[in-house]
Design a binder for this molecule. Structure first.
Ligand code: NAD
Length: 262
């Protein structure tokens, strides 16, 4: 018996990284999955692997999302799970961003989540229950320089999660996950090309490693499952403890003791 037996899921950004790992985990736990991605080939490959369906959609396009959600519900015989996960970022000082690029990042990361909830929530409610999970980020609550539109969008995802949790309770639970530094296509340009950045990330992380897509996928499956039946409106941070840092005396003990944990 799987944790998600009988569930039908719509997963955006399912062609790579966290989304792909989650599609695989959901299928392994008994769900039928619509793999949704702007990269149609990547979606097709994952759907083929797990016996799901593939949909080539840009989450920033509200009409295309509405059509894709209706299509998935028809092909799968309903929908009970939505994982709003597609996203991406860029890096520049706020005044250096081109306004079009700023808007693109917000459209994908925040409006993409809105489009997913708008299209799928009524179907989940009509089906009698289910769960929505959206991928925010530690950048939403602990922003760094250069992440203006991404941080603002991810903070918006956390706020929208709380709003939607109120609106669709008690039928549908709505939560967010905030990954830390995870090795995916998004972070490969950093982690693969700049070993010193990778080393610094590991050093800042009490659990002493870069995260894997499966570290996030397992938590998404949990939040979608009945094991999380009394959890809604939450933003679950999955960062190996990286964002625990930040007190004024951070690292003080290390100056006096070589055995202080990271
Ligand atoms: N990797 C990390 O360290 C990290 C940390 C925090 C949050 N996140 C978030 O996790 C989510 C997944 O990212 P990932 O790290 O797995 O990256 P990834 O690049 O491996 O996967 C992202 C997938 O989303 C798809 N995608 C991008 N824009 C899209 C759009 N407009 N419409 C549909 N599909 C689109 C891409 O084609 C790709 O398949 C994103 O929301 C990202 O912001 C990642």
């Amino acid at each position: 018996m799987g944790l998600l037996d009988g569930h039908r899921a719509f997963v955006t950004g399912g062609g790579s990284g966290i989304g792909r790992a989650t599609c695989r985990r959901m299928a392994a736990e008994g769900a039928t999955v619509a793999v949704v991605d702007v990269d149609g080939d990547a979606a097709g490959a994952v759907a083929g692997e797990i016996g799901g369906i593939a949909l080539n959609v840009d989450v920033a396009d509200s009409k295309a999302m509405a059509i894709a959600v209706a299509d998935a519900a028809e092909q799968l015989g309903g929908l009970s799970l939505l994982f709003n996960n597609a996203g991406g970022s860029n890096l520049a000082a706020t005044d250096a961003y081109d306004p079009d690029e700023w808007e693109r990042i917000v459209r994908v990361n925040l409006l993409g989540v809105y489009h997913g909830i708008r299209a799928a929530a009524p179907i989940l409610v009509a089906g009698g229950g289910g769960a929505i999970v959206s991928t925010a980020s530690i950048s939403g609550t602990r922003p760094a320089a250069g992440e203006g539109p991404y941080s603002a969008a991810k903070a918006g995802v956390v706020a929208l999660t709380a709003t939607a949790a109120f609106e669709y309770a008690p039928t549908v639970r709505v939560n967010a996950v905030s990954p830390g530094m995870i090795a995916t296509g998004l972070t490969a340009p950093l982690l693969d090309n700049f070993p010193e950045i990778s080393d610094r990330m590991v050093e800042k992380t009490p659990l002493a490693r870069i995260g894997t897509p499966e570290d996030i996928a397992d938590v998404v499956v949990f939040l979608c499952s009945d094991a999380a039946r009394f959890i809604t409106g939450q933003n679950l941070v999955i960062d190996g403890g990286m964002t625990l840092h930040g007190s004024g005396v951070d690292g003080l003990l290390r100056s006096f003791s070589p055995v202080e944990p990271a």
